[in-house]
Design a protein around this ligand. Structure first.
Ligand code: ADP
Ligand code: MG
Length: 733
């Protein structure tokens, strides 16, 4: 049987639908084999209506005026139904009589009406009244057949249905199930219901299917949505509790030391938000339970500093720290940042020659020309593309513990890597770092305690949503940008104004700045797309900017080649970097002040915002030029231009993310992360944020008071039911 989703499944609801009067074996088979897979009474009760038809606004026919929208209740007296004819569309007409007068119901293109609306049938019809040749009529009204005698005006549920399982049938079965099985057991304590202003479950289900007033439906919905979110959050709270209880973590040495020296050595003052997050992490790390924390912050909010500080907290106590970056370019960047900042503090990075760079606004200690390292220091780099010798050296130092900080890509949790005593892991969310990876990581260290984990994300989702998505994680938020940042100005540029965009790029470069041009390569694996991006790069280099130094980077290039272009750009040897979205994450070149995004309408809002975050990182004013043909294309979908306008109107990632969610729907935006959320039937994550918050608080407070739910056995059953397909995940730590 499919896992029960939402309700506590008391045995009496897990019974087959055949227990309903009037449902036989063949009906049961039809229900079970349908795409709805309705097998039990519970499945039936959770087959929620798509919408309701409201027939409560009825009037006698003789009082209906032209233009009124209302419901008429009466009996079919006459049916003018033409014989089925091919190719000709003759309307079907029915005279409806209610004792006061009659009205004609006219249906276009609905020949099947003839089957339903036989003379003598009692119906409710809702629509707009018109007058034709002196008699009243309604065109294509909504119709509800009134089946039972005495059944009056009402609100009628419309169910997701199929040809075999019509909505009328579902209505009948569900009504019968509610009748026969009420009252349903309610696992939630009355005190909780009172606190949250929730109605009791039996009534919620009854009112959601068959509300007597539309207002009741929304009250009912709130309870059902709460249930969906509460059981979800309960699982997260429960799991978090167990992990903390059962897993041995490391109580790091978090007093003054290398980590704070690092802070003091920074050429800037950390923001209040950075300091707050640093302290939250410090407290977590000092405790002997493993930290699982999410560090969320707008692009440019300075997550790296916070994360590196956390890594150093582990290092100063003799543990190893791993910093996992989503791309090689970023891994290199982190490696260089760390090396430049830590070498003055006496931490060796094992770099041979050093790239000259402007890190944190400070000149690098020594000024060679290329990035090179021998991996013999306390900071080592492990990516897929370092040479065999360096890799061997890195692995050796990771295993014997002489490498204190290991910076790398996903290669870090792959085969052959064995840490001596890993104490802290910083991961970028790009890795989709899940439970399985956490477990894999623990097996990578000989130490017997679980390392602390800090996950960084720039996905600006509302805090409450972050809670659901990252569920069992704690959250630190960087909601403040470093002082002196000048907001990026965003300009929408039409095809006709292309030249002016190029002019701005050139004048910025003349002034000593650098520029990005983002090309519309969406699918990095598509050879044709790559080709066209390369052609475009060549065109820009030879025709548009023949006087400037132009570099090109895309996802299909070898990591070494990418890194070479990137470091040339960092060093200021490339003026204009033409790139695909591979620069989207984390690349930090404060001297870059213009970004020209081609075909901007082809990107999502959040992605555009991430891209734009590559500029505006230094002291100079920056401009983002979003070029799109939708600007002067009358045929284009208005929403495409609207998105660009939203982007131009704000630099606030949260506002943009919300807008993006609205325009594209939660599924597409949140992607994989929301797996496990697909079984939210009624909940709309954005609209139900308040309920989500409440459900989360109640769930965590309940687990705090009754961790094993011993005093709430029904709630526990419900939680296990909800997680039955992930029960391992729930119960194991
Ligand atoms: P994020 O990863 O959150 O997008 P980064 O950590 O890459 O941001 O920081 C963006 C830029 O801001 C970097 O150049 C960094 O050196 C700088 N920076 C970080 N914190 C501060 C601060 N408190 N004051 C000034 N500049 C900062
Ligand atoms: Mg960053």
């Amino acid at each position: 049987m499919k896992p029960s989703l939402l309700l506590y499944a008391p045995p009496h609801l897990q019974v087959p639908v055949t227990t309903l009067r009037g449902v036989g074996d063949s009906q049961a088979t039809t229900l079970a084999d349908s795409k709805f897979a309705i097998k039990s009474i519970q499945d039936l009760l959770q087959h929620y209506p798509r919408r309701h038809l409201d027939f409560t606004d009825s009037k006698p026919i003789d009082q209906a005026r032209e233009g009124d929208e209302l419901t008429i209740i009466g009996e079919i007296r006459k049916a003018n139904t033409p014989p089925p004819m091919r190719g000709r569309k003759i309307p079907h007409k029915f005279a409806l009589y209610d004792g006061s007068s009659h009205i004609w119901l006219t249906f276009f293109n609905q020949p099947w009406r003839a089957r339903d609306l036989k003379v003598g049938t009692r119906i409710a019809a809702k629509g707009k009244v018109s007058v034709f040749r002196g008699s009243r009529q309604m065109n294509n009204p909504m119709v509800d057949i009134i089946t039972e005698a005495g059944e009056a005006v009402r609100i009628v549920p419309v169910y997701p249905a199929t040809a075999e399982i019509q909505t009328t049938k579902l209505r009948r079965y569900i009504a019968a199930a509610l009748e026969q099985y009420r009252p349903l057991e309610d696992p939630l304590p009355q005190a909780l219901l009172d606190r949250q202003g929730l109605i009791e479950r039996t009534r919620a289900l009854a009112d959601y299917h068959f509300p007597r007033e539309m207002a009741h439906k929304w009250i009912a919905r709130k309870r059902l949505v709460f249930d969906e979110l509460f059981t979800l959050q309960l699982g997260l709270a429960y799991r978090k509790h167990r992990i903390e209880l059962q897993t041995l973590g490391i109580a790091h040495h978090t007093g003054d030391g290398l980590a704070d020296e690092f802070l003091r050595a920074l050429p800037f003052k950390p923001t209040g938000a950075q300091l707050r997050s640093i302290e939250e992490i410090r407290l977590d790390m000092a405790r002997p339970t493993p930290m699982h924390r999410l560090l969320q912050g707008e692009v440019g909010s300075g997550k790296t500093v916070v994360a590196l500080h956390a890594a150093l907290l582990a290092v100063q106590g003799g543990y190893q720290a791993a910093v996992m970056a989503p791309t090689e370019v970023l891994a290199n960047q982190h490696f260089l940042t760390l090396s430049a900042l830590l070498e003055p503090l006496g931490v060796r990075s094992g770099r041979g020659k050093v790239e000259q760079m402007d890190l944190f606004g400070a000149p690098a200690p020594d000024g060679g020309a290329v990035t090179d390292f021998d991996n013999t220091g306390q900071i080592v780099l492990l990516t897929g593309s370092i040479g065999a010798a360096k890799r061997r050296e890195a692995l050796k130092r990771i295993a014997d513990g002489s490498a204190g900080i290991v910076v790398g890509t996903h290669a870090l949790i792959q085969e052959g890597v064995q840490f001596s005593n890993l104490g802290m892991v910083v991961v970028d969310e790009q890795h989709r770092f899940g439970v399985r990876q956490r477990v894999a990581l623990r097996e990578k260290t000989s130490g017997d305690s679980a390392p602390d984990i800090l996950i960084m994300t720039a996905t600006p989702i509302p805090r409450t949503l972050a809670f659901t998505l990252y569920g069992d994680l704690d959250v630190s938020i960087l909601d403040e940008l470093p002082k002196g940042r000048r907001p990026v100005k965003t300009r929408i540029v039409s095809e006709a104004e292309r030249q002016s965009a190029y002019d701005l790029v050139r004048s910025e470069v003349r002034a000593g700045r650098q520029a990005y041009v983002i090309t519309p390569l969406i699918d990095e694996s598509d050879k044709l797309d790559v080709k066209s991006a390369e052609t475009e790069a060549k065109r820009l280099a030879t025709e548009v900017f023949p006087d400037l130094r132009v570099g090109m980077m895309h996802g299909r290039m070898k990591p070494n080649a990418k890194e070479k272009v990137m470091s040339e750009f960092r060093r200021g040897e490339v003026d204009v970097l033409i790139s695909t979205t591979v620069v989207e994450v984390g690349v930090d070149v404060p001297n870059a002040t213009v970004m020209l995004i081609e075909d901007a309408d082809r990107f999502g809002l959040s992605q555009l915002h991430q891209l734009r975050g590559r500029i505006g990182r230094g002291e100079h004013a920056s401009t983002c030029l979003v070029l799109s043909s939708v600007v002067d294309d009358e045929e284009a979908e208005p929403v495409a231009l609207e998105r660009l306008k939203v982007l131009a109107s704000t630099n606030d990632g949260f506002v943009l993310a919300n807008k993006d969610l609205e325009l594209r729907g939660t599924g597409t935006v949140l992607g994989e992360r929301q797996s496990g959320m697909s079984d939210l039937r009624l909940t709309h994550l954005l609209r139900d944020l308040k309920v989500l918050q409440a459900a989360r608080e109640e769930a965590f407070s309940l687990i705090g008071k009754d961790p094993e739910l011993l005093r709430h056995p029904n709630i526990r059953l419900e939680m296990e039911g909800r997680y039955s397909d992930r029960i391992e995940w729930l119960l194991r730590s």
